[in-house]
Design a protein around this ligand. Structure first.
Ligand SMILES: *Cc1c(COP(=O)(O)O)cnc(C)c1O
Length: 426
């Protein structure tokens, strides 16, 4: 079972997992393995693939750019793919974000955001260094981003290294709970040490696809700005149409001071990330005093091939009816979700944009630990890539998914849940 491969896979307990399927080709919403199986990708390969696997325009941009350039040091040099992509990002981003810092993953662009926020105050001689976060938030798996995220079994061993943050209760589902979150945040802001609030706008992804209202996001932004606290929008998952708008912030009309984007930035084709910041934050680092430099770099900052892929993604947004596809996909989910809405096996059936989610009701939560692997084995047999998070089942497919493919997901989930509940003697 542990096999002879030297590869150590992410989020994988090698002592318990069946052998890895060997991917050989991708297209549309499908991953082919070396046994010739066509597996439907229900989670966009961990939330990165937006339009489809291997969009021809993105692949073409990668090929053309790599014919001319590979990595070029991004201090002392700039290049057209990065310049054009930065301009395009500023053009479409929420109001006020005028500067673009490139990196290479979701975690890194969040680390960059946190450093920018603290640097902003430090360079202005203002003593503000606390970070506020939402309960159940997720911002990545590096030490800094784990610090900002929910604590639990995933990061228990590293707890001694994680820095302290101020946690706000999840804003919902009731109006009372929303108000509690807002009140807690306002109280924290009045302390005067708060540097920034970092949050996933509208949807806490890894925290279980938990949704909260745009009005609450708008209000959190208003409170932050009233107290000189920076708002960091981690749009690593929510960006590029997932929630029904290009960025989730748009639905709240909120203007973050810093915005993090990765995953769908290149349509999910190659790694790239960007942290967008306001002119004010850039200005805090602009000085003839070298100590005020933004001291951050990763080796592959603004890789030209990745930037070209990002630019191709933006061109697809301009030239193809992407918003219309997203709207249609949302409608198709909504229609199919009604099937589960009054089904006692499910609760909290919910949908936002291209994300559909629901919780499976098990006789006792004690079963939870075993149910995930059981469900995954069923999905594997059905040639569906669906990964439950605890009792939460969700679909977040590439936007190209067809009606027939969606039916396969919903029928497959229906059947898998029935079988697992039966096997568990319900
Ligand atoms: C996935 C994710 C990250 C981390 O991105 P990586 O590329 O995996 O480092 C950060 N924030 C959010 C909201 C995410 O969903």
């Amino acid at each position: 079972m542990t096999g002879s491969s030297p590869v150590w896979h992410p989020f994988t307990q090698h002592a318990l997992e069946p052998e890895m399927r060997r991917a050989v080709r991708t297209e549309g919403a499908t991953i082919w393995d070396s046994d010739g199986n066509a597996i439907l990708d229900g989670i966009s390969s961990w939330w990165v693939i937006t339009h489809q696997h291997r969009h021809p325009k993105i692949i073409q941009a990668i090929q053309e750019t790599s014919a001319a350039m590979d990595q070029v040091i991004f201090a002392e040099f700039t290049h057209e793919p990065a310049e054009k992509l930065a301009q395009a990002l500023v053009r479409i981003a929420p109001e006020g974000l005028t500067r673009v810092f490139f990196s290479d993953s979701g975690s890194t662009c969040v680390e960059v955001a946190l450093k920018m926020a603290l640097g902003h105050f430090h360079n202005r001689g203002i003593r503000r260094s606390r970070i506020a976060v939402l309960e159940d938030g997720y911002h990545g798996d590096t030490i800094g981003t784990m610090s900002a995220g929910e604590r639990g079994v995933f990061n228990a061993p590293y707890d001694p290294l994680l820095f302290a943050v101020d946690r706000l209760p999840f804003p919902g589902p009731t109006r009372e709970a929303e108000q509690e979150t807002l009140d807690a945040f306002e109280a924290l802001c009045k302390g005067g040490e708060m540097a920034a609030l970092i949050l996933e706008p509208l949807v806490l992804g890894a925290g279980g696809m938990r949704f909260y209202r745009a009005e609450v996001l708008a209000e959190l932004g208003r409170i932050a700005h009233a107290h000189g606290v920076l708002l960091i929008a981690d749009e690593v998952m929510t960006g590029w149409g997932r929630t029904g708008t290009r960025f989730a912030c748009e639905q709240a009309g909120v203007a973050p001071d810093i915005l993090c984007t990765s995953k769908g930035l290149t349509g999910g084709s190659v790694p790239l990330a960007a942290t967008l910041a306001t002119e004010e934050i850039f200005a805090s680092h602009l000085s003839t005093d070298r100590r005020k430099t933004f001291f951050h770099s990763s080796s592959f900052t603004a890789n030209p091939i990745a930037c070209a892929a990002g630019l191709a993604n933006l061109e697809i947004w301009d030239s193809e009816p992407v918003m219309e596809r997203i709207r249609l996909l949302g409608e198709r989910h909504a229609t199919r979700l009604t099937r589960f809405a009054n089904d006692p096996r499910f609760r909290d059936v919910r949908q936002m944009g291209t994300i559909a989610a629901f919780n499976v009701v098990f006789p006792s939560t004690g079963y939870l630990a075993e149910v995930g692997p059981k469900l995954r084995a069923k999905f594997r047999a059905q040639k569906l890539l669906v990964r439950p998070m605890g009792d939460v089942l969700y679909l977040m497919t590439p936007y190209c998914v067809t009606e027939a493919e969606l039916d396969r997901f919903y029928d497959g989930i229906d059947q898998a849940v029935t079988e697992v509940l039966q096997e568990m003697g319900r």
